[in-house]
Design a protein around this ligand. Structure first.
Ligand code: TXA
Ligand code: MG
Length: 338
């Protein structure tokens, strides 16, 4: 049978069966595809790290069907201050938001990389929802790509590099959002943004009634030293294609001698487009939700097109633009000599 199966009722049951038996399944979510295992099964979780080539020091996100299942992964009750923070943002679930909270003892140390906290998310994708409701355990799932490569936004993307490790890929269509979830850590020290995503930092700060500076005092760019305020593994994670990637701001390339591809956020003039071997236009008019939905697939396509260079547009780093620029800076940083 094909590795990729359309996510109908039978296929979702089969995925649940594989997970129950400790196997890995790639699953769709509204952000990116995840590499799923039973989060209570330490041996199954260990397979995720092998499949991805991921350092064991980089913890995983645990997924549940609803906030009512929080106790499957989180130590309850929460301190009252932390509970109030969660109450202020809980309306964003199901959705592209991951919250870091104290970990339940039921979660093996492989999932949390030995931390006392666990990252937890309630995804909204109907297939992920259905699968989580059918499984009597929470699901650990990092993005379904080899460590350091671009996250997958289609079922086919999950097969490159991981196929030998997968029992199946549940095909739920292309991901709606296309960028990994926003991560926020809640604690008595106050909420901290660990990773920007489709839930804008601005809307988190407004709900939590704090300023952006309080929410993200030390959002270091990827070429800075790791800080304890960051998600472990985020600082040095570059998510880069094989092909050299440059932002249009940094690219000093005059008449192009190189074979270059361009990822444009909106339509280029014919004159400008003619300078490139391939142009991928993500949106006619620069709509950032369209840009984020299509960005990773475009990077993967150009990475397979035997180019010398990929040049990508930039946008203002506010709202969704902050998440887009975070991922692009990481992709570009992966090719610096330092
Ligand atoms: O949208 C997403 O979040 C996708 C889908 C599949 O849910 N998942 C995803 O997982 O992006 P991954 O492993 O690629 O990224 C998880 C990030 C890592 O940077 C990790 O360091 C951080 O979450 N993380 C996990 N547990 C944490 C914890 N206890 N404290 C701080 N950061 C944590
Ligand atoms: Mg990832």
């Amino acid at each position: 049978m094909d590795l990729i199966r359309l996510a109908n009722d039978d296929a979702i049951n089969a995925a649940c069966e594989h997970l129950t038996r400790g196997r890995l399944v790639a699953i769709p979510t509204e952000t990116v595809y995840g590499l799923a295992a039973n989060a209570w099964d330490a041996d199954a979780v260990a397979k995720i790290f092998v499949a991805k080539g991921r350092p064991s020091s980089n913890p995983l996100i645990v997924h549940v069907a609803s906030i009512d299942d929080l106790d499957r992964a989180v130590a309850l009750p929460l301190l009252s201050g932390v509970q109030s923070q969660l109450d202020a943002i809980a309306d964003l679930w199901p959705g592209p938001l991951t919250v870091v909270l104290p970990a339940s003892k039921r979660i093996p140390t492989q999932v949390t990389a030995g931390l006392s906290t666990v990252a937890i998310r309630v995804p909204s994708h109907p297939v992920a929802q259905e699968l989580l409701r059918r499984c009597p355990f929470p699901i650990a799932a990092p993005s379904a790509n080899r460590s350091k490569y671009v996250s997958p936004t289609t079922a086919a993307h999950c097969c490159g590099g991981l196929s030998g490790h997968l029992a199946m890929v549940l095909d739920g269509g292309p991901c709606d959002l296309g960028l990994e979830s926003t991560i926020v850590r809640l604690s008595d020290d106050g909420p901290r943004l660990l990773r920007p995503g489709s839930v804008a930092a601005e809307s988190l700060a407004a709900r939590l009634n704090i300023s952006l500076d309080e929410l993200m005092p030390a959002m270091n760019p990827p070429d800075h030293e790791p800080s304890e305020l960051s998600a472990p593994g985020m600082m040095r994670e570059h998510y880069s294609p094989q092909t050299c990637l440059r932002l249009i701001d940094d690219a000093r390339i005059e008449p192009l001698a190189t074979k270059a591809g361009r990822i444009a956020f909106k339509q280029l003039s014919a004159d400008e487009a003619s300078r490139y071997t391939i142009v991928e236009t993500l949106s006619e008019n620069g709509d950032l939700s369209e840009v984020s939905r299509k960005l990773f697939a475009a990077i993967r396509r150009l990475d397979g097109a035997e180019l010398d260079l990929i040049i990508v547009d930039v946008c203002e780093p506010i709202g969704l633009g902050r998440a887009i620029m975070d991922r692009l800076r990481r992709a570009a940083a992966g090719h610096r000599s330092d």
